[in-house]
Design a protein around this ligand. Structure first.
Ligand code: PNS
Length: 163
């Protein structure tokens, strides 16, 4: 059984993320979506809120609950992955801009833990430009992001910005 960890800030989860998750389920038996506990980055949503939105999004996409687990972690990702018995770190790749950062992280993680492989899935072209940071900015400024985030995320975004 191949278990993959899909780590990220997920502040909040977008349809770009859910597309990666869906593709990942074609390749891996189980995916642990792992939310980084990064209070220092001043996230918009708490870890609990982010985990709840991911669970709702996974249910909305009809994912088998036995194959998708939602968890949070802090400390080194590779230590978390090893502790959870995951052989793969799953990451999505969008434009070239993602590449350098992802290459650096993948190589550092390989240096730390050679037995864990990072696997990239290309972002769905419909969501190539979708990033949580942009989604938050557009929502804050009153733009319509309703089709870029799972349906349960949208009202929560509006509520954060009093829209
Ligand atoms: O969604 P993000 O913010 O791009 O995800 C980044 C994440 C969580 C994958 C990365 O910051 C991470 O793995 N953080 C945990 C700490 C760690 O292991 N750092 C060394 C990475 S080489």
């Amino acid at each position: 059984m191949t278990v993959a960890v899909y780590p990220g800030s997920f502040d909040p989860i977008t349809k770009g993320h859910t597309a990666i998750l869906k593709s990942g389920l074609v390749a891996f038996d189980k995916i642990i979506v792992a939310v980084l506990n990064n209070e220092s980055k001043k996230p918009l949503f708490s870890v609990a809120e982010r985990m709840e939105m991911i669970r709702e999004a996974a249910a909305e996409m009809g994912a088998d609950p036995d194959r998708v687990e939602v968890d949070s972690f802090d400390g080194l990702l590779v230590n978390y992955a090893r502790r959870r018995g995951a052989g793969v770190i799953l990451r999505g790749l969008r434009a070239v801009a993602d590449f350098e950062y992802e290459l650096q992280m993948a190589n550092m993680n390989r240096h730390l833990t050679p037995e864990i492989e990072t696997v990239f899935i290309m972002a769905d072209d419909a969501y190539f430009y979708v990033a949580s940071t942009l989604v938050k900015e557009v929502a804050r400024l009153g733009g319509d992001v309703s089709d870029l985030v799972p349906s349960s995320v949208h009202p929560r975004l509006l509520a954060k910005f009093d829209k």
